[in-house]
Design a protein around this ligand. Sequence first.
Ligand code: C2O
Ligand code: CU
Length: 549
Amino acid sequence: ARIRHYRWEVKYEFKSPDCYRKLSITINGRTPGPSILAEQGDTIVIDLKNSLLTENVAIHWHGIRQIGTPWADGTEGVTQCPISPGDTFRYQFVVDRAGTYLYHAHYGMQREAGLYGSIRVALPAGESEPFSYDYDRSIILNDWYHKSAYEQAAGLSSVPFVWVGDPESLLIQGKGRFNCSRKPDSVTTGVCNATNPECSPYVLTVVPGKTYRLRIGSLTALASLSFEIEGHNMTVVEADGHYVEPFVVKNLFIYSGETYSVLITADQDPSRNYWVVSKMVSRNNTVPLGLAVFNYYPNHPTRSPPTVPPSGPLWNDVEARFNQSLKIKSHPGYIHSPPLTSDRVIVLLNTQNRVNQSVKWSINNVSFTLPHTPYLISLKHDLLHTFNQTPPPDVINGYESYDINVPPPNVNTTTSNSLYRLKFNTTVDIVLQNANMIANDTSETHPWHLHGHDFWVLGYGRGKFNASEHPKTYNLANPIMKNTVPVHPYGWTALRFVADNPGVWAFHCHIESHFYMGMGAVFEEGIEKVGKLPSSIMGCGDSKRFIRP
Ligand code: C2O
Ligand code: CU
């Protein structure tokens, strides 16, 4: 195993990924940032210099479990203090399992300003995968807003509440196209420039007859996506770093925080190019398709395909999305069997609520807020006065009679920064229960992401979870392990994990505005087993006392 050392500088720069010029957060001048390419067992060292001048930062390594290094998880308020402007912070951790992962900002709403990238961990030499391909490529799908992350965050916490709205465009590997005529004055002021070379589409060049492994990650701020390559089937082989029993799709639904590998053979008409399309689903919207070019070599890469891009599934085809979720099983040769029973069941009812006129998301009627002193430090050093000590409920009072098909009867909620404490090495089941929002007849998709772990996905259901019936239907034979999973509209999703990674771990909806509005929870396990915390994570709130003058 090797040590891979990176030096990154984070700063604001003007970029026009979709033709519209916007202050974006870059790493070494780029958004998406540089890819981390490593081999299983390598140690990654990143010296991150914060050159944002007036803004803190923190970066999370999404899908990396941080075994033995919980302080390197990069979650501001949970595992570290934010990195101040001018400071350089060292992240150091081991990538212990091959697969496709991501990284992104985990402070405020900075992720959507462009601070993200991909992590590709290869198998050690001599080991092989249960499928083969000629070339390996990675892309990240994203959505893109023109308002600054600050303006959006301020709106979400204002009275009256200002929703962020739908994204302006969809990006494929950091490139998209905004229709400048939608904001005519931005054309005259030169902010929107359709001929800007930065806004050319991403091109995936393929050699006829070859097979490509395409690693696809989504880091959308809001959008659930359907991804497809015109005229080509895709065979899904990996999800969140785990091999899946292969299945073929025409379009792949992918939610923020998920990664998939698909195999694509360039077996269509080589005399032309094809469209690569991402489409926003799950919310009724008018966001234009994200487009890239599937370029058959040696055609010119910018030659537009002669066809109209495929329009993809209907935004509200929930059945199709349930069906894909149900298809994702572990590859038969790589089954890690889950414990057959669990020690604790936590049912998390997801509801939209209000606090003083402002809209929030709550979990069991608690809208989550981050404490000012990171939990990892408070728990390790007994600064228990720094957060609310009343844990949130495992099951909300009245869950039995709660009607998920109507708006919440009691729309008011409370905010809290309390957390769940799990007994070390116990098996925990989480049932995510979706429900109707404040408006009638609406329920959205929420991709939930767990830090520090992979979990088994035991089942998905439509309607309300029934604790005496549904556990009998769990897939204990070949469940996939993942770190991010959707809970579908008016549905439930059941997960199981073993609380065996000492540390404090966030669990939240990966829609950036939803987490900001309180859609999250935090788990602590084995805090007494965590080694000495590095002083570099300290300095904010009550952790100031540990910094020697
Ligand atoms: Cu990729 Cu806590 O998130
Ligand atoms: Cu959500």
